[in-house]
Design a protein. Structure first.
Lengths: 291, 397
């Protein structure tokens, strides 16, 4: 019983990271029908910049906020120069290559500047593990899934209650119609990428105390976050968050009862099976393209 | 048909190519080459080798060089990728015409270099990578030498330490799912069996894994009171944190992958974690070590010995260059074959050990110069990795 609880709690912590990353993919996809494949590196950027900020003598909260803001700016700039020029026509896929390319460039740059070692980021959330029913966990780890759920609810409210949110939905639904109604499509898409990048960088700052900041931390988290977004149905915000948390827990149980080596095999195998049964993802809505 | 013909002509041409290239090979120069990671996550390994080798070469040149000529050092980046290591091996042997090639940080690269090193016939001296099979490769004559730790002996050394402190006689083994980690598993199994102890958990993990609570719980529930680590700092930190979460406090003894910045990453949780090394610049140094540290300080602008990541690599490379220089003097020539033979008769009072002789032609295990009795146990203590005798942990034993 304690064992199962331990796996669930540890899984929730990892799953919370996947959920936050996947939520970013959801936001970008719903506005632009394109995503930033360097999203994992946005997360890395948040974590690495926070550590560098602390190195430079900034107080921890300020360093974290600046890192998150810098991540948001990165998202906006990336959309302008690596996505927008390549999404002109319906079938264009140039943005896949450009965003992957930017991700690799950022990772190399970070390795050069930051070095190869992982670096810790201090946080009151990891000073002492707490015990819940015999299972041990850091408070910081419980915070991550919580933030993912709150971010999801916040984004839903933004979509439903604000003008900008409604404009995002309109752009997602039909770019040309939205444009004809007087919505500045480019600005909305840029805003979505910026918002997604803010979530990504915030995820980086949140996980850095638990998993340490390093130049290479983003790649696998980005890939798994994308996989989770697809499994959950990239068009559904609650879908990707639930799928993220579930994926994290499933990984821990596979590690616990089968082996670590089997984790990726089972995880990505499950992803393919889900897609065979539910081509739109578990919670995704069927998208109708009119030609 | 055509392909067969082409192949046949290639086979025919091969001996000719060798015959043609022999005169070119005969003009080796007073140069020592090195292929190591100078970029990427293990860049500190290449940096350590560079420091040790460059300072040794400067000292030798100040005394007149070898055979009346100045020694040179060339280093190429392999970034831990075996194909690039192979490429660099050829470049060092054929373009730079170096006498000897020093090995790098990654075991996978060293294993890949066995083939080109023997095809070319250039002596290879490993100074970091510890994989057993890279040097004990079954070739005769064997051109692979090493002035560093060897996994097989490290495993025995660690298990001996574990046997000393274990009360239950039950040992757990945590190893990374890479060539280095998997290569050590049979060595550890054999060493534990030999020591008459019980290996109750063998737990693996991947690079970048964020949480090892399942593995920690299995080891805990199996009753192991000593855990052996074959991990790097980042994952080593995740294991000690996961152990902390599940309330598991075994004695931890690790191979030198956790000699980098575990103390910074894990904070107080790293206290008492023991690491085997061949050398450490931390704590009190003997006059030889002190002199080398002062030169490193001056040349590379370091302030504190803790800034040297992988001090073992510096010391191993420093000793290796001296051994090679002495072998060249003994051979009276820069010729690869003669230098290889001379390596077996070199005696040298080095920084890490007294090499007497450095290598032994009659024992295939003695292509390794540093013996287990020269290994040093260090321990993490408030963020610093100190020789165990200079800490409270050493006095308790």
């Amino acid at each position: 019983m304690t064992t199962a609880l331990q796996y669930t709690l540890s899984g929730l912590a990892i799953g919370g990271i996947y959920a936050l990353v996947a939520l970013g993919f959801h936001i970008m996809w719903s506005a632009a029908k394109a995503v930033n494949f360097a999203h994992g590196d946005t997360l890395m950027l948040g974590a690495v910049l926070a550590v560098l900020g602390v190195d430079a003598g900034l107080p921890l909260p300020l360093a974290c906020l600046l890192a998150i803001a810098a991540g948001g700016i990165f998202g906006v700039v990336l959309e302008r120069f690596a996505v927008r020029p390549f999404t002109g026509t319906n079938a264009s896929i140039g943005w896949m290559l450009t965003t992957i390319a930017v991700g690799i460039m950022i990772e190399s740059l970070a390795t050069m500047q930051f070095g190869g070692f992982s670096r810790p980021l201090a946080s009151p959330g990891i000073e002492k593990a707490i015990t819940i029913g015999g299972a041990g966990v850091y408070p910081q780890e419980l915070l991550i899934p919580l933030v993912a759920v709150v971010a999801m609810i916040g984004f839903r409210l933004l979509q439903k209650r604000t003008l900008v949110g409604r404009a995002m939905q309109a752009v997602a639904h039909n770019r040309q119609a939205a444009s004809l109604m007087g919505i500045d499509v480019n600005r909305i898409v840029m805003l979505s990428f910026g918002l997604a990048a803010l979530f990504g960088a915030a995820a980086g700052v949140l996980v850095a105390p638990v998993i340490q900041a390093s130049a290479t931390m983003g790649a696998l988290l980005g890939l798994k976050g994308f996989a989770v977004a697809i499994i959950g149905g990239i068009t559904s915000a609650p879908g990707v968050v639930v799928a993220g948390l579930a994926f994290g827990i499933m990984e821990k149980f596979v590690e616990g009862y089968v082996s670590t080596a089997a984790r990726e095999i089972v995880g990505f195998g499950a992803m393919i099976l889900v897609l065979l049964a539910f081509p739109q993802g578990l919670f995704g809505k069927r998208e109708i393209f009119k030609v | 048909m055509k392909a067969q013909k082409y192949l046949r002509s290639l086979v025919m041409a091969a001996p000719m190519a060798v015959a043609l290239s022999t005169p070119v090979l005969a003009q080796q120069q007073p140069c020592i080459g090195n292929s190591a990671a100078i970029t990427g996550p293990a860049a500190f390994g290449g940096q350590a080798i560079k420091m040790g080798a460059e300072i040794a070469i400067e000292e030798i040149n100040a005394k007149g060089g070898v055979l009346g000529q100045r020694l040179r050092f060339v280093q190429y980046d392999d970034a831990g990728a075996p194909p690039r290591g192979v490429d660099n091996t050829r470049r060092i042997a054929l373009a730079d015409k170096c006498v000897v090639i020093l090995g790098g940080y990654h075991s996978t690269v060293s294993v890949a270099q066995v083939e080109p090193v023997h095809a070319l016939g250039i002596p290879f001296v490993g100074v970091l990578a510890a994989n057993t099979q890279a040097i004990e490769n079954g070739r005769s004559p064997n051109y692979m030498f090493r002035v560093s730790a060897k996994d097989k002996w490290v495993a025995r050394f660690l298990v001996e330490q574990a046997a000393k402190v274990s009360k239950s006689g039950k040992i757990a083994f945590f190893y990374e799912n890479t060539g280095w980690g998997n290569g050590a598993l049979p060595d550890v199994k054999a060493a534990v069996a030999k020591a008459g102890k019980e290996l109750v958990a063998t737990e693996t993990f991947n690079w970048n894994d964020q949480d090892m609570t399942p593995q920690a719980m299995r080891a805990r529930d199996a009753g192991a009171d000593v855990a052996l680590f074959w991990a790097l700092d980042r994952e080593g930190n995740q294991i000690v944190r996961s152990m902390d979460k599940v309330g598991y406090k075994p004695t931890i003894i690790g191979a030198w992958g956790i000699a980098g910045n575990l103390g910074e990453l894990a904070g107080p949780l790293a206290n008492g974690v023991e690491v085997v090394q061949t050398y450490s610049f931390m704590g009190e140094l003997d006059p030889k070590g002190q002199a080398l540290w002062q030169k490193i300080q001056a040349k590379y602008g370091l302030k504190d010995p803790s800034q040297i990541k992988m001090g073992s690599g510096v010391a191993n490379a420093y000793d290796a260059v001296y051994i090679v220089a002495k072998a060249i003097e003994k051979a009276g020539s820069y010729d690869w074959k003669k230098v290889r033979e001379a390596l077996y008769s070199v005696r040298h009072d080095g920084l890490v050990a007294k090499y007497d002789p450095a290598f032994d032609a009659s024992d295939p295990e003695r292509q390794d110069a540093i013996l287990p009795r020269d290994y040093k146990l260090t321990v993490w203590s408030d963020g610093k990795l100190l020789p165990i005798a200079q800490t409270p942990y050493g006095k308790a034993n």
